[in-house]
Write a protein of this length. Structure first.
Length: 346
């Protein structure tokens, strides 16, 4: 039997998601034709029925669904395993408690299929995502029409300025698989918030991109214990610091990338520093406050040009680097006014 070349690999990191996994996989199977689609479920040492559900899909759809069972390595470790195993020309991470929109999926797959046969396929596809708070019956869609012209082949120098609270997340991105591998991406294991790294480190290897103004990804929020809740982010702020350091060392110099890419990556790195600084401040712990000062000092010592560029480009970076009681007061007031909406969603 001849296997059809896979256009897209959906990597589904899965840990104790027995209540959600079927919805996710069913949405990825919801196409008239799926022979060029690959779904790689990575069971990351689950203790519930996640593994059995994954295996049931492999049994029912053996030409489309594959399952990897591994000892728990965290979200980053599960993504790494899926990226290594993927056979598709393109790759997208879909968390197991999320799903994709059926109407947008048709447009999405049609574009990728057109690229699969193109002489020079684009390196990155960007689409919209929607926060789905099922408990509150509320949704909110994040779009990028102010930044990209839709359905065009672009370079980073065609990209317009992002809003202060706007950047590309894992939910928006579909990389050409070879680009990910060329970038040497290796996400830290047993670490939360690695989606920041996934959305940042490979970008210097992306030379061409296309934005589709479609509301493709459905991001489920409101689940108890979710890593973006305020109290949990304060508790896990050490992991934000770890991610911060990885991104800092992945930041290219101004001379090594196009002006448009440097501007965007500087904006994204600033957003991560702001997020980390805010939750260090909100901890109301004097040791954490000292860590915030150390965070910025390390950046200055590592690369003073990036430090200065970041502070000159972003107003909020100047605010969060104000020392002492005044700086902490400004951060707490800003967070209260925005209700955590400026740059804190991941």
């Amino acid at each position: 039997m001849t296997m059809t070349r896979k256009t897209i690999s959906f990597v589904v990191p899965s840990y104790n998601v027995e209540d959600y996994l079927a919805r996710c996989i069913d949405s990825l199977l919801d196409l008239p034709q799926t022979d060029d689609v690959e779904i790689v479920i990575v069971d990351d040492g689950s203790h519930d029925d996640t593994a059995a559900i994954a295996d049931s899909y492999v049994e029912r759809f053996p030409e489309v669904v594959r399952a990897i069972h591994q000892e728990n390595a965290g979200h980053g470790g599960a993504c790494n395993a899926g990226i290594a195993a993927a056979q598709g020309q393109y790759l997208k991470i879909v968390d197991a408690d999320d799903w994709v929109d059926p109407a947008a999926y048709i447009t999405y797959i049609a574009f990728l299929r057109s690229q699969a046969s193109a002489q020079e396929p684009v390196d990155l596809l960007i689409s919209n995502y929607t926060y789905e708070n099922v408990a509150k019956n509320h949704s909110h869609t994040i779009r990028y029409t102010n930044v990209f012209e839709s359905h065009k082949r672009l370079t980073w120098d065609d990209v317009k300025n992002f809003h202060i609270d706007q950047y590309l997340l894992m939910h928006t991105l579909t990389y050409r698989t070879e680009v990910l591998r060329q970038s040497g991406l290796k996400l830290p294991e047993h670490t939360f918030y690695v989606d920041f790294i996934f959305s940042f480190q490979p970008l210097p290897w992306v030379k061409t991109l296309t934005y589709l103004n479609i509301d493709f990804y459905r991001y489920f929020i409101g689940r108890e214990g979710q890593s973006v809740q305020k109290d949990i982010m304060i508790k896990r702020v050490d992991q934000l610091i770890r991610v911060n350091d990885v991104m800092t060392h992945a930041m290219p110099s101004k001379e090594d990338v196009s002006a448009g890419l440097y501007r965007y990556m500087l904006h994204y790195l600033a957003s991560e520093y702001i997020v980390t600084s805010v939750f260090l401040t909100l901890s109301n712990d004097t040791e954490r406050w000292a860590q915030k000062e150390e965070l910025w000092q390390r950046l200055k010592e590592y690369n003073e040009d990036i430090y200065n560029d970041m502070r000159s480009q972003e107003f909020l970076t100047r605010a969060v680097t104000i020392r002492g009681k005044l700086g902490r007061g400004l951060i707490k007031a800003s967070y209260a006014v925005t209700n955590g909406a400026v740059g804190f969603n991941s």
